[in-house]
Design a binder for this molecule. Structure first.
Ligand code: HEM
Length: 361
């Protein structure tokens, strides 16, 4: 078992668990807040500590160069510093953003292609958002940068896999038009609220692109883990469309519970669905151990999407009890994902190698 990979994965999972704890406190669930400021750490724990470390780790493993581990180590440290209630988290996050950018510059130099360019743009948005955090900009103003980071990174990965589908010049132009709207809207959001609406239009356009061009449309007709991955991806793309439409329609600082719907349609519906779907590929690569697929994976995937439907529906209807119940069930879905993944990794020990999951993704 690779030690540094395991340590970074453990920090990422601890950040996720702490982020869930803070989420429950934000929802109004009766849990001790640990520290008075702890609930406000929910977003950085999730984006920097959990996702920043996981994405950086995945890339470091694939590049196999010791320095590439510095980026995820820095984002992991940012989360640990936050958890300990110490100062310095934004500085470590900015260093993590720098590390992530260096990784994608290396990848871009190796392969000068559209997908590496999209991912490099995503890393630059991560760096930009973390520098804004370091500069004292409020979280609400820098969240579009974190959205752009995750969206461009994931979209770049999907573009890489779209080599399995014949993309026309027009397809590529639409992809870049959407990525351009997201980037421009994100930068503009610092100066004018309308930037958020522009980024929302980019999200919606990219959702349409992914739903009609991604290889998942084809692989969903297969069986086993390939079908599971494709369903997770397609459901995530639909939520990306919802998030884009909500950002476009309501812009920043929306009334009532709409902000909750805008943010979590993206972060839970799109991003976590991608994580659930990619887990059977990412975890074996990082841990160098098989993660056999089991039909029970559908339980956490279905719970995530159904509970989010309840939450977003309640947000839009202005019904706080529904938002609360949906939010608590979102947390249960993430815990079920962790439990099913751990169960499967343990089972993978006794499963012969040829039975481990393989997927076209
Ligand atoms: C798993 C269940 C989750 C629950 C129950 C939850 C709950 C909440 C709540 C109640 C808020 C405050 C909303 C408001 O001010 O109207 C919030 C804010 C936020 N959440 Fe979540 N969340 C969850 C998962 C996530 C995930 C996975 C991410 C990111 C990957 C995320 C990112 C954010 C962000 C960026 C904010 C805005 C923070 C700010 O402006 O200070 N959440 N969340």
């Amino acid at each position: 078992m690779p030690r540094k990979e395991l340590a970074l994965l453990a920090v990422s999972v601890v950040s996720l668990l702490a982020g869930l704890w803070a989420a429950l406190v934000l929802l109004g669930f009766h849990l001790p807040p640990l520290r008075p400021a702890f609930p406000a750490d929910h977003a950085p724990l999730m984006v920097v500590g959990f996702l920043g470390t996981l994405i950086g780790l995945e890339r470091a493993v694939s590049l196999r160069r010791p320095w590439t581990y510095l980026g995820p180590a820095a984002t992991g440290l940012a989360a640990l510093v936050l958890l300990a209630g110490l100062p310095g988290a934004p500085l470590f996050a900015a260093l993590g953003g720098l590390g992530m950018t260096a990784i994608f510059v290396t990848l871009w130099r190796r392969t000068r292609a559209a997908h590496t360019a999209a991912m490099l743009l995503g890393a630059l948005c991560f760096l930009g958002g973390n520098l804004l955090w370091l500069g004292g900009v409020p979280l609400a103003a820098l969240v579009p940068w974190w959205i752009a980071f995750l969206l461009l990174t994931i979209a770049g990965e999907r573009l890489e896999l779209s080599r399995l589908v014949a993309l026309t010049l027009a397809d590529r132009a639409v992809f870049w038009a959407a990525a351009g709207l997201v980037t421009l809207g994100t930068v503009w959001s610092l100066l004018a609220p309308a930037g958020v609406r522009l980024a929302g239009a980019g999200l919606a356009l990219l959702a349409g692109w992914l739903l009609t061009r991604d290889v998942a449309r084809r692989t969903v007709r297969q069986a086993g883990v390939t079908r599971f991955i494709a369903l997770g991806l397609l459901a995530g793309f639909c939520w990306l469309g919802v998030a884009g439409a909500l950002l476009l329609a309501f812009g920043p600082y929306p009334p009532g519970l709409i902000l909750d719907a805008q943010l979590h349609a993206f972060f839970l519906g799109f991003v976590l669905s991608m994580i659930f779907a990619h887990a059977p590929i990412v975890f074996p690569a990082v841990l160098r151990r098989p993660l056999p697929f089991a039909p029970r994976f559908y339980a956490h995937l279905a719970l995530l999407h159904l509970s989010l439907l309840l939450r977003v529906g309640a947000d839009l209807a202005g019904w706080p009890p529904g938002q609360y119940l949906g939010g608590v069930l979102n947390v249960v879905a993430v815990l079920a994902f962790l439990a099913n993944t751990l169960w499967s990794v343990r089972r993978g020990r006794v499963v012969p190698r040829e039975d481990s999951s393989r997927a076209e993704a």
